[in-house]
Design a protein. Structure first.
Length: 364
């Protein structure tokens, strides 16, 4: 089953009925492309914070039967859908390629084959049209997703990035300037969600399924460990928690005890959330910022959002988070990040390549 999710913006720059709107001289329009994992996405973003179109082709249904993303299948689907998604994004924005100021694309981190599809498409468009090319770091895109709907949000602030492949606690010093103060030592939070979901029979994708089932369970039914890293107070470790859940399940099976799936899911989720909230709030207070944001796929978890809402309110900290559509991989966030890179004069040549292990803050 194919899933093409569309979100149209509130304005357009091209055809309206039979006439055309004039493009403002100082406005910057960016066509952004994202293909780092299993979503093929394109978006048109105006002046960094106004999304004119946001088109996402999701492969979740395709990969569910395999229990996770199959890189080769993901790459092939990107090749099939990339042109369609780009054309739809331009159409939804009422725009032509000639209206664009820059072409933005994710070039890392991610699956190398998947990244190459987006990078190749962006370079081809830039070469054919002469429109400047701006490469964007995927995680910087997730952080920048907070700027789309929170017009008042400006650096500096602390941001927690939690996804299937990353768990970073970051000080956003300025647009495009980051200091990583905490990271996972083993499994990312989203990875732990997927593995535990598979173990308790919920399947893939684990995050949304555990979030849903947890609402029916008792989060205090089972005490799972909250790991601390002795030599790095803001670092995370979730492999021990995952192992504790697996050991609990094995123990129940050996004793012939019934496993309360909802209670296991809720207790596991609470253990993850407790660690994320504690580390994040400590960092916000330590660094003296009164602004905190979350980003990444796990940031759409309802339990996590509620816990941060409560924690920030108690500490009188402003809490920012993207809507769920901007938490998942999408191109609008890439367009927003690219806008600030473009203002700094960043331009990439046709030698831009996919960098699957690109670290946050690195530039090529």
């Amino acid at each position: 089953m194919e899933d093409l999710r569309l979100e149209s913006g509130r304005g357009c720059i091209g055809k309206q009925d039979k006439g055309y709107d004039m493009v403002m001289e100082n406005d910057i329009y960016i066509l952004a492309i994202e293909s780092s994992c299993d979503e093929t996405a394109a978006s048109v973003v105006k002046n960094g914070r106004e999304v004119l179109s946001n088109v996402i082709y999701s492969q979740i249904a395709l990969h569910t039967e395999y229990g996770g993303v199959v890189p080769e299948i993901a790459s092939r689907k990107h090749i099939e859908k990339i042109n369609q998604v780009i054309e739809q994004a331009l159409s939804d924005a009422g725009a032509e390629l000639s209206d664009m100021t820059a072409i933005a694309v994710t070039y890392g981190p991610g699956l190398v084959g998947a990244l190459l599809v987006g990078v190749s498409a962006a370079k081809a468009i830039s070469f054919a049209t002469g429109i400047p090319l701006v490469g964007v770091h995927h995680i910087e895109g997730h952080i920048s997703a907070n700027f789309i709907e929170n017009k008042d949000l400006e650096p500096p602030f602390v941001c927690l990035v939690v996804s299937g492949g990353h768990s970073h606690l970051v000080v956003v010093k300025d647009y495009g300037s980051y200091e990583i103060i905490g990271r996972t030592r083993d499994d990312a939070a989203g990875e732990a969600f997927d593995k535990v979901a598979r173990a308790i029979g919920l399947g893939y994708p684990g995050g949304p399924k555990i979030d849903r089932v947890s609402k029916e369970g008792n989060p205090d039914a089972i005490h799972f460990p909250r790991a601390k890293v002795a030599d790095a107070e803001y670092d995370f470790s979730f492999s021990g928690l995952k192992s504790a859940v697996l050991n609990y399940l094995n123990s129940c099976q050996m004793k012939g005890e019934e496993i309360a799936t909802a209670d296991v899911a809720a207790s596991f989720q609470k253990a993850v959330i407790d660690v994320l909230v504690e580390h994040s709030m400590d960092a916000v207070l330590r660094y003296g910022y009164q602004k905190f944001a979350i980003a990444g796929g796990v940031a759409s978890n309802s339990g996590l959002r509620a816990a941060f809402e409560k924690a920030c309110k108690e500490r009188e900290i402003s809490f920012y988070h993207p809507s769920p559509i901007y938490c998942t991989d999408n191109a609008a966030m890439i367009g927003t990040a690219a806008y600030y890179e473009y203002l700094k004069g960043v331009r990439h040549g046709f030698d831009l390549n996919a960098v699957p292990n690109l670290k946050l803050g690195e530039r090529i």
